[in-house]
Design a binder for this molecule. Structure first.
Ligand code: COI
Length: 330
């Protein structure tokens, strides 16, 4: 069987793709660029595609379908970048890839600590030999109440880590997990907004939570709240976030994701004028840390992403149950 890989990266995925394609007896086609209508023809003759988080809209799904593609496997947990309705309509299967939640959970804790301890400001000032104290005072984790929105694998791992710090933790999710109840109390969103010093987002993006964090929800939050997002940019309304930061209602933010990041991450665009004003504004603030969607990026995660993408195509080809199959929920 053959799999065509878009956004193929030699430096970190190459050896892993070779290892797993040999293990599963798969012939690979590769393209280092993201899939587009212009380069879709490269996938002709391949029934399986492996992609990352680059937009696969209805036109591109249709084009791949015309070329004979029967499955699109994204080497990512999130699949909000794929038009699932179009895929379902055309009978193109979609799969995602899971990886250890530790990568994003570790990074979340790092962003939390950096935000609570004002690390961006401290480092920027220290780099220009400003070793003064005013403005650098932080807070201590055990004194904080933290709200975790979304208790999937990553949210649950963050909660377990936070229990080691002795924080009071509130959690929100429609699906309640018993193991969360050991370390946190499930509450409604409004209770999180009203009581938490820091709120961290760990939900997949869907129609129901687009701009969950908006002007209204921010107004319900504690003054000086810290917002952490390692999930998806679209869950936070950037304009409302900027307004909250400018008014001082929001004390700090740690953002590994922002709205409209398609086309920016993971390219070297240093010589270009970028078309994302909100990103530029957010990263200019001393109390906002913006990183380019890197929380996932560990050796273990890349191995898992490539392995699960390859294996999921192999399972479909061999008519076996595929645990990574994504279904369109209408
Ligand atoms: C995911 O796996 O869903 C991620 O967010 C990481 C991806 C951008 C490579």
């Amino acid at each position: 069987m053959k799999v065509f890989v878009y956004s193929y990266r030699d430096f970190d995925e190459g050896e892993i793709f070779t290892r797993y394609s040999n293990e599963y007896g798969i012939e690979l086609g590769i393209c280092r660029d993201a899939p587009t209508l212009e380069n879709a023809y490269l996938a002709e003759g391949y029934e399986y595609l492996s992609i990352i988080t680059t937009e696969i809209d209805a036109d591109l799904v249709t084009r791949f379908h015309e070329l004979g593609v029967k499955m699109i496997s994204t080497r990512t947990v999130g699949y909000d970048h794929i038009d699932l309705h179009k895929a379902e309509e055309l009978g193109v299967q979609v799969g995602n890839a899971t990886y250890s939640p530790n990568c994003v959970a570790d990074y979340t804790i790092m962003l939390m600590l950096m935000s609570v301890r004002k690390m961006k400001r401290i480092m920027e000032r220290a780099n220009i030999n400003d070793f003064s104290l005013p403005g650098n005072q932080g807070r201590e984790m055990p004194n904080l109440t933290i709200g975790i929105i979304g208790t999937g694998k990553i949210g649950r791992t963050v909660i377990k880590y936070l229990s080691g710090f002795g924080c009071k933790v509130y959690a929100y999710d429609l699906f309640k997990h018993d193991d969360v109840k050991k370390y946190a109390e499930y509450v409604e969103l409004d209770t999180i907004y009203a009581n938490c010093d820091m709120i961290s987002i760990h939900m997949p993006l869907g129609d129901s939570n687009y701009h969950l964090i908006n002007q209204d929800s921010i107004a319900k939050m504690k003054d000086k709240v810290i917002i952490i997002n390692t999930a998806r940019g679209g869950i936070i309304d950037s304009a409302a976030l900027i307004e909250g930061l400018e008014s001082g209602k929001i004390g700090a933010a740690g953002l590994d994701v922002v709205e409209k990041e398609f086309g920016l991450y993971y390219y070297d665009l240093k010589s270009q004028v970028l078309d994302n004003r909100e990103l530029m504004i957010l990263r200019s603030y001393p109390n906002v840390i913006v990183t380019p969607h890197m929380a996932f990026y560990t050796d273990q995660a890349i191995d898992d992403m490539v392995h699960h993408s390859i294996k999921s195509c192999w399972l479909v080809e061999h008519g076996k149950e595929n645990p990574w199959q994504v279904r369109c929920s209408r």
